[in-house]
Write a protein that binds this ligand. Structure first.
Ligand SMILES: [Zn+2]
Ligand SMILES: [Zn+2]
Length: 160
């Protein structure tokens, strides 16, 4: 029997997954392919054995970023979900898609040849307020009309 340790999914909720294993060697990857694939300055990749990864809702779509690697995403909302060598024993889910991203902190960094120059200064960049702290009306408009799937599994999809 499997034991679900972590769950996650895309922004719209069409794709949900479960991990039966704590990710190992969680790492930041600064490589140019990861930057493009996640639309950000770096990816945070959380490897698990493929036998410990289960899609629990929907279907993952793939872009082959090379002949030896592919990147999974949700075709309905575009959220990048994972990185995988099809020939490998493990795959790496992207930390932001976990329902609890804090539960897979990075232990290593790769791809430093492409690391953005401002990475080391990030913590000294000003800005420590919550989202729309200065505009509660806008925050309410966003939260009351959000189409983002909640950070837990749901009984039905799409939401009614
Ligand atoms: Zn989606
Ligand atoms: Zn990379």
């Amino acid at each position: 029997m499997s034991t679900v340790l972590l769950t996650g999914g895309c922004q719209c909720g069409a794709v949900r997954y479960a991990l039966d294993q704590q990710p190992f060697n969680v790492h930041v990857c600064h490589c140019r392919m990861c930057q493009k694939a996640v639309g950000g300055p770096f990816a945070v990749i959380c490897p698990v054995m493929k036998t410990a990864f289960r899609v629990t809702r929907g279907t993952i779509s793939y872009f082959h970023s090379s002949d030896v690697a592919r990147r999974g995403f949700c075709a309905a909302c575009g959220t990048p979900l994972l990185f995988e060598y099809p020939e490998g024993q493990d795959l790496g889910v992207l930390v932001g898609t976990l329902d609890e991203p804090d539960r897979a902190p990075p232990e290593n960094q790769y791809g430093n040849e492409s690391r953005v120059a401002w990475y080391g200064n990030l913590l000294s960049v000003p800005g420590d307020r919550p989202t729309y702290a200065d505009n509660p009306e806008m925050l309410h408009r966003i939260s009351s009309t959000s189409h983002q799937h909640p950070d837990h599994d749901t009984a039905t999809w799409p939401p009614k």
